[in-house]
Design a protein around this ligand. Structure first.
Ligand code: ZN
Length: 195
């Protein structure tokens, strides 16, 4: 089993640039497709979470998507392996995410959720990639890594990054922040100042 650091390194190495992720959008045909691309890319949502979004998660007044600690679910995976109860990957997965402009229309269309199996969403992603013509191998998690990189490079702190990503500890967030050259150079420039 690879270490946390090795796993993070590979997800980060596989992250898509904005240009590549925009290419994926050209392969999207319906709102299911957009959900699979936009939610991980713009909000860091895991594909297993995308699969379980319900209307009750969304607070349109506060513009927050709140992941519950558990919910009844009749999808294939939850029936087969979880006694019909879905819950986030860990307690840290129970988080409130800011609904960003790019996904607002999509979430309004989703209504009661995608109601598809995880495998179905993953194969949708592969078809989107094929249609888009993007040659780089990728999977939905790569877009979550793209989101983490963008937040780390923009100056987000490790605790805030761990919160939005739903990580239980700070190590993964620190890894993303530590390996950002842009961020290191920005801080260096601020110290050197007007020299
Ligand atoms: Zn389920």
């Amino acid at each position: 089993m690879p270490s946390v650091r090795q796993r993070l390194r590979s997800a980060k190495a596989d992250a898509l640039t904005d240009v590549e992720a925009n290419m994926l959008l050209t392969g999207c045909r319906d709102w299911y497709d957009f959900a699979v691309v936009l939610l991980p890319w713009k909000m860091g949502v895991r594909i297993g979470e995308v699969q379980h979004i319900r209307a009750s998660w969304i607070d349109w007044d506060k513009m927050i998507m709140q992941l519950p600690s558990r919910q009844l679910c009749s999808c294939y995976e939850c029936r087969a392996w979880r006694n019909g109860i879905w819950s986030p990957k860990s307690e840290a997965g129970i988080r409130g995410l800011m609904i960003v402009e790019e996904v607002e229309g999509l979430l309004r269309e989703m209504g009661e959720g995608v109601n598809r199996s995880r495998q179905c969403l993953e194969s949708r992603f592969m078809r989107i990639r094929e249609r888009s013509g993007l040659l780089k191998p990728c999977y939905p998690h790569c877009l979550r890594a793209s989101f983490a990189i963008k937040m780390a490079e923009g100056g987000m702190s490790a605790p805030a990054l761990a919160y939005v990503m739903g990580w239980a500890g700070l190590r993964p967030a620190e890894f993303y922040i530590q390996s950002s050259m842009r961020r290191a150079h920005q801080e260096q420039k601020a110290i050197i100042g007007g020299e």
